[in-house]
Design a protein around this ligand. Structure first.
Ligand code: 4NP
Length: 167
């Protein structure tokens, strides 16, 4: 019997930083932009969250939004939320910005049974991984946001190539 192959299930990706207002909104926005440009929207579910709860409900930091806009990426509509242990059952990939985020996420993962998500650092995918972290730009100047954008831009390109279910 000849049946069409089922469509691949969407790949779900959650980007995580500390506050969910600077780095992970940029990662979410840039990755979503890349997915849209590649006409792969139906194949992905994309979100971001923070390990801390101080900014829950807030839009991205204006410096992240301005940096993204200057590179043609919109962060409109994003609102900060806190990562939840249940996210480990809801997402295929949880992508941390730095090692402190990774440690906090490992602790959360320990709280639920059947945590299926792959937990990685975004810069595991960076062709120039450096120290492996996307540094927190919150207390620095505008240069920090440009640097974060560059790291996120090339790392998400490689992440998309790795996850593209149509390849
Ligand atoms: P993010 O940056 O983790 O990239 O969103 C931060 C945002 C807020 C704070 C720290 C880092 N904060 O301490 O409020």
């Amino acid at each position: 019997m000849n049946r069409p192959a089922p469509d691949p299930a969407p790949v779900s990706v959650l980007f995580v930083c500390l506050g969910n207002i600077c780095r992970s909104p940029l990662a979410e926005g840039v990755f979503r932009h890349r997915v849209e440009q590649a006409e792969l929207t139906a194949f992905f579910r994309i979100d971001s969250a923070g390990t801390g709860g101080w900014h829950v409900g807030d839009p991205p930091d204006p410096r992240s939004s301005a940096t993204a806009a200057s590179r043609g990426v919109s962060l409109d509509g994003q609102r900060a939320r806190r990562v939840d242990p249940e996210d480990f059952g809801r997402f295929d990939w949880i992508v941390a910005m730095d090692r402190a985020n990774l440690r906090d996420l490992e602790r959360l993962r320990g709280r639920i049974a059947g945590a299926a998500a792959e937990l990685v650092l975004l810069r595991d995918f960076d062709p120039e991984p450096g120290d492996g972290e996307v540094p927190d730009p919150y207390y620095g100047g505008p240069d920090g946001f440009d640097r974060v954008f560059d790291l996120v831009d090339r790392s998400t390109a490689a992440l998309l190539a790795h996850l593209d279910p149509t390849r």
